[in-house]
Ligand binder design. Structure first.
Ligand SMILES: Cc1cc2nc3c(=O)[nH]c(=O)nc-3n(C[C@H](O)[C@H](O)[C@H](O)COP(=O)(O)OP(=O)(O)OC[C@H]3O[C@@H](n4cnc5c(N)ncnc54)[C@H](O)[C@@H]3O)c2cc1C
Length: 342
């Protein structure tokens, strides 16, 4: 008989786990607090109605495909037209010195934005969007979840979490480590304790649009000796709307040191650094900064997943593998295989 599984989080790891379990006949419900799938591999639309529409990959910039399991799913996504290689020119930049990045691995991106990958992985899955899991309750040897729906659409107040009538045999956490520690602190302390071993870095990201092309002969740069760690001509990625859009990512040190900055101030400071890095006096038409409080796990456990067979509680995600899309995917998929076999 199939299992009833609740998965918390529709990022890449949760979706991979859900898809593998569903494929084997289990009944899976994925709960996602935001309005879309993909987690930290999203697309941020500053303005969908403008011409051209203003969209940015403001989390994951690109991903690699190294394993055959991930290759299989990415090949399907390519055939659906939702993932493509990005052939941007990527360089190292240090004190104005530019050297090409010696790396012939393909960089893959979602098209027309990174969020297409999550949307594709969520196809045919039962994902309850806009539903934040706020607690878990044991009911004999099964679980009930307490959720708060409509937090993003305002249909329920933040003070009114409700208990779902549904019972689940297994609960899978597929959320960042800090959120695991909080959610499972009382319900399953061993998992909370594992998660508390890992800390995520902060990341300030700044999205810029320009009314004319910036005259540099590269599309992405790993920046050294600077508050910026990565800059990218986001509009150079395949399937994007025309226009000139750049994405700046600050280093984790700079982001941590400026964690409390208001977003407008972060934009101002990062644009100044961008000018210095390029040696050009560029002025964006539009600038918006986003702070990722839990960007990347700094010292992921690299054990693949967490599984407590007796308690029927499990976890997947990058904090248990490596801070990359492919590793998050493999974490979810391999956890599903373990749950199936138990
Ligand atoms: C700025 C940035 C740049 C990056 N760049 C790259 C890159 O270039 N290449 C690369 O390979 N990787 C990159 N990464 C890392 C990559 O995005 C992650 O490793 C991967 O997406 C993690 O997937 P996940 O499923 O483990 O977690 P997440 O993607 O974080 O998914 C967790 C999901 O759970 C949801 N959630 C959380 N709490 C609850 C709750 N209580 N109830 C319901 N839902 C909940 C969240 O909304 C989210 O959708 C980057 C990440 C960031 C932030």
């Amino acid at each position: 008989m199939g299992l009833n599984v609740a998965i918390i989080g529709a990022g890449v790891s949760g979706l991979a786990c859900a898809s593998e379990l569903t494929r084997h006949g289990h009944r899976v419900v994925v709960f996602e607090k935001s309005r879309g799938a993909g987690g930290r591999a999203p697309t941020r639309w500053l303005d969908r109605e403008s011409s051209p529409p203003l969209g940015f990959d403001h989390g994951t910039q690109y991903f690699h495909v190294r394993s055959s399991a991930f290759r299989q799913v990415i090949e399907q996504a390519v055939s659906y037209g939702v993932v493509s290689p990005w052939e941007g020119r990527v360089v190292n930049l240090s004190y104005g010195q530019k050297t090409p990045v010696q790396d012939d691995e393909t960089r893959w991106v979602g098209t027309p934005g990174m969020a297409s990958l999550g949307k594709f992985l969520a196809l045919e899955l039962n994902v309850q969007y806009d539903t934040r899991v706020t607690g878990l309750v044991r009911d004999s040897d099964q679980f009930r979840l307490t959720v708060q729906s409509g937090a993003n659409s305002g249909t329920h107040s933040a003070e009114s979490p409700s208990e779902l009538p549904e019972l689940f045999d297994w609960v899978v956490s597929a959320i960042p480590c800090e959120q695991v520690s909080e959610l499972f602190a009382e319900f399953h302390p061993p998992l909370a304790k594992e998660a508390s071993k890992v800390k995520s870095s902060v990341n300030w990201t700044c999205m810029l649009s320009f009314d004319q092309a910036i005259p540099v002969d590269f599309d992405g740069a790993l920046v050294y000796d600077s508050p910026l760690g990565w800059i990218c001509r986001d509009s150079s990625k395949p399937g994007r709307a025309p226009g000139e859009r750049w994405l700046l990512q600050a280093t984790s040190d700079w982001s941590q040191a400026h964690v409390q900055l208001p977003a407008d101030k972060a934009s101002e400071m990062l644009i100044d650094v961008f000018r210095n890095v390029l040696g050009l006096s560029v002025t964006p038409e539009r600038a918006v900064s986003h702070r990722w409080l839990y960007a990347l796990p700094e010292t992921p456990l690299d054990c693949g997943y967490y599984l407590d067979r007796k308690a029927k509680i499990a976890a997947c995600g990058d904090w248990l593998s490596k801070a990359r899309v492919e590793d998050a995917y493999l974490s979810g998929q391999s956890l599903a295989s373990e749950i199936k076999s138990s």
